[in-house]
Design a protein around this ligand. Structure first.
Ligand SMILES: Cc1cc2nc3c(=O)[nH]c(=O)nc-3n(C[C@H](O)[C@H](O)[C@H](O)COP(=O)(O)OP(=O)(O)OC[C@H]3O[C@@H](n4cnc5c(N)ncnc54)[C@H](O)[C@@H]3O)c2cc1C
Length: 494
């Protein structure tokens, strides 16, 4: 079997990449060794930046409709009294940031919505297909995949290892995975139970006796989380979990009716030395693992795939293969920061027995200003720089219809904004595939009626902002005839 891209692993990273490639009409095959989709709640927090990406992939509204927001935490004292505390920073939406707070949606529902979107685009993961090995040459990767029907050989131009923390792809490439074991082990389980309200996230105890039961939005279930001893077997049976809930909460009125999914895991923080070897790249947990405290894993995995999708498509359409090197340069630095932050939050959770997430966890301030792809020609002290996340802005189309800048990103194209150019200036960049040139002005196709664009982008008349297909600012310039800008576009836009 021949294809352009073989994606190994249909978790959040693999599914996101598959949707992006499907909408770009890039041939790919998506495999997963599991016989059926993952069924647990695990990564239940979708951060505002990921919601923006899911909006571009046309799934954000479905996810918001299927899930809900985080409730306050209720901390119980030994005598049964309690105090409530907000755990998650929640802001009102602003013109530049349309999603002010994280969404809670159990991971299996998130992945189900991603699979539905993929089906709409004419694709599906092949479950029961395990990658068992591969070799690569200068022009292709030859992969062996086993399924109930026997072994299939897949020849692909690129292989993406989105195969989770124990990644066979990473191990086959002999990529080091340095880091540390965090001396923490925990249980996570999805339960139906009675005796608790669903309006707060219930927490008891401290240190090794902590336990929390969080109402899982979009379901009738609660997610149990608790630390357990590092060594030895832990009783994960229905009766075993019911007994430990009774012991740690001191609440005989909490009755467990069924355990729908359960897992125990040891926490570590590790980062792959490299994200790329030749025609093989790693994405998601295959490249980084860390404690779940910051609610970052699924989000970072989705954003890896989002960074990679358009670059793969551009290279397959003729852009220089070196564009793929910027994937590691941009995403590995982000993961390194995130590992440190999640580990600090784990330490705080161990000490205080609670969970606090703020602006830093929302991933809206992440960007790539130091990337070789970031071209800043404005050289002024405007707060927005090339490489930053491109802000949203409510505008009006020439016909008077309201339109958000982010709606343009759904095309998957680069967007070049010409802000109030002199009427006598003709565009210097010729139309081409994957580039949308949008003129903003009082008599132009896009109107900045409330000055949201001007404010967010610090535009002055004649300015250019070039947005990457993943919604980061590629270039900012006062001069649309800049030869450097033209060379940039000629080299990268495919
Ligand atoms: C308790 C807990 C809470 C969490 N909370 C959050 C949270 O609030 N927010 C958040 O962002 N993240 C959270 N996470 C982390 C999140 O679940 C992971 O980061 C996320 O699942 C990573 O997605 P992925 O696609 O990279 O990998 P995975 O989801 O691990 O998917 C990898 C896939 O690859 C397949 N695979 C593996 N090997 C092969 C092979 N050889 N051939 C074919 N297929 C293969 C597997 O079957 C699997 O389906 C949490 C995790 C835990 C444990």
């Amino acid at each position: 079997m021949n294809t352009d891209v073989l994606i190994c692993g249909a978790g959040a990273a693999g599914l996101t990449l598959a949707i992006d490639l499907a909408r770009r009409h890039i041939p790919f095959v998506l495999i997963d060794q599991a016989e059926t989709p993952f069924a647990g709640s695990r990564g239940k927090g979708i951060q505002p930046r990921t919601l923006e990406i899911f909006e571009a992939l046309d799934v954000a509204d479905r996810m918001i409709a299927a899930g809900g927001y985080y409730p306050a935490q209720r901390h119980y004292a030994a005598d049964g009294s309690y105090r409530d505390e907000a755990s998650i920073a929640a802001n009102a939406a602003t013109p530049a940031e349309p999603y002010g707070q994280p969404l809670m949606l159990p991971q299996h529902l998130t992945e189900g919505i991603l699979r539905a979107r993929l089906a709409e685009l004419g694709h599906a993961p092949r479950y029961g297909h395990a990658l068992t090995g591969f070799e690569q040459s200068d022009c292709a990767v030859t992969a062996r995949v086993t399924s109930a029907a026997g072994e299939i050989v897949v020849r692909a131009r690129y292989l993406i290892g989105a195969d989770g923390g124990r990644s066979l792809v990473r191990k086959t490439l002999a990529i080091d995975f340095p880091g540390e074991s965090l001396n923490a082990r925990a249980v996570v389980a999805d339960l139906s139970l009675s005796g608790l309200t669903r309006d707060v996230w219930h927490r008891w105890g401290s240190g090794s006796k902590q336990i929390s039961l969080c109402p899982l939005q979009g379901t009738e279930l609660f997610q149990l989380q608790m630390p357990i001893p590092l060594d030895g077997a832990f009783d994960l049976s229905d009766a075993g979990l019911a007994a430990v809930i009774a012991e740690r909460t001191g609440r005989p009125d909490i009755q467990v009716h069924a355990v729908h999914w359960r897992s125990d895991y040891a926490m570590s923080a590790r980062l792959a030395e490299r994200y790329r070897v030749g025609r093989v790249l790693l994405a998601g947990d295959a490249a980084h693992v860390h404690p779940p405290t910051g609610g970052q894993g699924l989000n970072t995995s989705v954003q890896d795939a989002w960074n990679l999708g358009w670059k793969l498509a551009a290279v397959l359409h003729g852009a220089d293969d070196a564009l793929l090197d910027t994937y590691e340069a941009e995403r590995r630095a982000i993961a390194a920061e995130m590992l440190g932050m999640s580990t600090q939050l784990l330490d705080a959770a161990r000490q205080r027995g609670d969970l606090r997430r703020g602006r830093e966890q929302q991933q809206l301030d992440l960007g790539y200003p130091d990337s070789s792809l970031s071209l800043d020609e404005r050289n002024d002290d405007a707060p927005l720089r090339a490489g930053y996340r491109a802000p949203d802005a409510p505008c009006v189309g020439a016909g008077g219809q309201p339109l958000r800048l982010f709606s343009l990103l759904k095309s998957g194209d680069w967007i070049m904004l010409r802000y109030e150019p002199d009427a006598n200036v003709t565009p210097s960049i010729a139309p081409r595939r994957s580039l949308r040139i949008v003129t903003v002005g009082q008599h132009a196709e896009l109107r900045d009626q409330e000055n949201h664009l001007r404010t967010a982008y610090a535009f002055t008349p004649g300015d250019i902002a070039l947005l990457r297909p993943d919604g980061y600012l590629a270039a900012l310039s006062h001069d649309e005839h800049s030869p450097v800008l033209k060379e940039y576009i000629d080299r990268l836009v495919r």
